[in-house]
Design a protein around this ligand. Structure first.
Ligand code: GLP
Length: 245
């Protein structure tokens, strides 16, 4: 496991983008597992900057996102498709047909999950998976639970996630109650994982992720078992570890 602690969010974003840049330079045909949420926004900003400076070429890159809200159209500005298009894809030379996100409007959950799962397999798996973490330890939308799903599944979001994500919506009733998400086996099968953690509100989650017991009640704790995990944390997110370890 490698851990980089940066001074602030800006440095975290630059470091994370540089790690992704190295991945793509070494393998221009990389399959990148991408994430949404506020944490990777700065990373995407730097990737766009690297692209504009001709330091990175996405023409052969394939991206596959972790998750998508169920019941939201791709044009809706709350969809993860909209987020990815606007923060990254529209500004770089990735081929849009090489960008994959679950279909939030799929009519048959089982079919959509199978389609997306088969897609990951047909791409030959994920070379580098970018991850954020929920304050409750969720990764993707794998919520704390008695058991964890291995593969792509439709999940009922926990009240804590609905509450936290409501900041992006006009009101809490607009927050979708379900999502499609990769399962923990999909995530853990990636060759590399890059976990980004920023801010004091995530400090306890990061401590539990790395030092807590490995339990389904904290999905992120399974990352302790990954063979090639890199964490980029800012000082705020690292504060509980600094204090306790
Ligand atoms: C969302 C996403 C996760 C993300 C997490 C943290 O619910 N499904 O993939 O990592 O929340 O988001 P943020 O970075 O905004 O704290």
């Amino acid at each position: 496991m490698k851990v980089y602690v940066t001074k602030n969010y800006e440095d975290l974003s630059k470091k994370a983008a540089t790690i992704i840049l190295s991945q793509v330079v070494l393998n221009p045909y990389s399959v990148l597992g991408l994430a949404t949420g506020s944490t990777p926004i700065g990373t995407y900003k730097y990737l766009v900057e690297f692209y504009k400076n001709k330091e990175i070429d996405f023409s052969n890159v394939i991206s596959i996102n972790l998750d998508e809200y169920k019941g939201i159209a791709s044009e809706n500005n709350q969809s993860y498709r909209y987020f990815m298009d606007n923060h990254l894809f529209k500004h770089i030379n990735i081929k849009m047909e090489n960008t994959y996100i679950p279909d939030g409007l799929a009519s048959d959950d089982d079919k959509e999950c199978k389609r997306y799962n088969d897609l990951i397999t047909s791409l030959g798996g994920i070379d580098l998976q970018l991850l954020g973490i929920g304050v409750n330890g969720h990764i993707g939308f794998n919520e704390p639970s008695e058991y964890l799903e291995k593969y792509v599944h439709c999940v009922a979001l926990s009240q804590s996630t609905i509450d936290v994500n409501s900041r992006f919506f006009n009101n809490i009733d607009e927050v979708p109650k379900y999502a499609y998400s990769m399962g923990v086996k999909n995530i853990m099968s990636s060759n590399k994982i890059l976990l980004l953690v920023s801010g004091k509100s995530k400090a306890k989650a990061l401590y539990d992720c790395l030092y807590g017991p490995i339990t389904t009640m904290n999905p992120s704790s399974i990352l302790q078992l990954h063979k090639d995990l890199t964490i980029v944390s800012d000082e705020d997110a690292f504060s509980v570890i600094k204090q306790k370890v």
